[in-house]
Design a protein. Structure first.
Length: 344
């Protein structure tokens, strides 16, 4: 797994409670506020339902998308048909399938043995009711520490699972899925360099697989490769390719392939195309890039620089450059044999 970085996505936390315990819930929320400020959690309860919204539907939506569900246990909670039969039942279903984690928080003294959640570790420490603590702040601090630990474990588990899926997508060359997974990981780990690089490469590979694998232009003419040209005829494809290359560059500005394809797709002038190929060469001075830039430079009229790139590409082993240099050398030898002399 890639090294962890600072996360910007919070673990969604849902309060399931009886309204008779609202004062205690408010006190607990205050103790959890620092975790919210640090974006470890994002807490929600039914008092946050906006005007005009259907409360049952909103609660159902929030309950089904929460990662962490707190059951604030008291006699009123156990007596509430909605808390016990609807919210608690659904919470335990999601806990059993691994889609969420349920934590009972014992607010007031009540016999909760035999309840479906009784097998779970409860907070505060040892499941001692908050109201039974001599110092309630200490009780809430114990709860906060337990929630923090659970949230961090959930976040690590999410990230590990996403990395496993990303690795599988890459091995299968399923680049659209790799892009989606990479972006999801980056919401959790926005500064992770390895993931940024892998996601940028997935954006490039997603389009490269639709080309024929050769250079983006037809050698000698600099017209676009026929499959790339066909793709770019569609305005939607053209916009999508440009957007994806822009995103790839944003994620990994040191990826030479970004500039290689930018030169084909985004650059509207020879100077822009040459600038992109120069950047690609700076990052990765491979023979093919020198050859491409030599053709671009020749088209721009800079024959001297074009010849230097052509010679360099040939020395690095580019077959096309070597063939062109050989043809030129043969012509020179023929001229010499026939006695042609350069003009003074």
């Amino acid at each position: 797994m890639s090294p962890p970085s600072k996360s910007t996505t919070s673990i969604e936390l849902f309060f399931s409670y009886a309204h008779e315990d609202e004062e205690l819930r408010n006190e607990l929320a205050k103790h959890l506020r620092l975790l919210e400020r640090r974006k470890v959690i994002s807490a929600w309860h039914d008092r946050r339902i906006g005007a005009g919204k259907e409360w049952e539907q909103e609660i159902d939506t929030r309950l089904n998308q929460a990662h962490l569900i707190l059951l604030l246990v008291s006699s009123d909670f156990l007596a509430s048909d909605y808390c016990y039969d609807v919210e608690m039942k659904r919470a335990m279903e999601r806990h059993e399938t691994g889609d969420a984690r349920v934590i009972p928080v014992i607010l007031r003294d009540v016999d909760w043995r035999g309840a479906p959640f009784s097998k779970l570790n409860a907070l505060p420490t040892d499941g001692k009711p908050v109201t039974a603590w001599p110092n309630r702040d200490a009780a809430f601090t114990s709860i906060e520490e337990g929630i923090k630990k659970a949230a961090e474990e959930l976040l690590r588990g999410q990230i590990e699972h996403l990395f496993e899926k990303l690795e599988k997508a890459e091995s299968l060359k399923n680049w659209p899925n790799a892009i989606e997974l990479g972006e999801r990981i980056l919401k959790l780990l926005p500064d992770d360099k390895v993931t940024r690089s892998r996601t940028a490469e997935a954006y490039i590979e997603n389009w490269r697989r639709r080309f024929d694998g050769s250079l983006y232009f037809n050698p000698g003419t600099l017209s676009l490769n026929h499959r790339l040209e066909e793709l770019l005829r569609s305005p939607d494809n053209s916009r999508k390719i440009k957007a994806d290359l822009t995103r790839a560059q944003e994620l990994d500005p040191d990826n030479a392939n970004v500039y290689y394809w930018r030169s084909a797709v985004i650059g509207t002038s020879l100077n822009e195309k040459i600038a992109d190929m120069t950047q690609a060469i700076r990052i990765d001075p491979r023979a093919a890039y020198y050859y491409i830039r030599s053709v671009l430079l020749a088209r721009s009229g800079d024959q001297e620089a074009a010849r230097q790139d052509l010679d360099h590409a040939a020395k690095l082993g580019d077959k096309r450059a070597q063939a062109e240099v050989a043809r030129e050398q043969d012509n020179e030898q023929i001229r010499d044999l026939l006695g042609f002399k350069p003009e003074a």
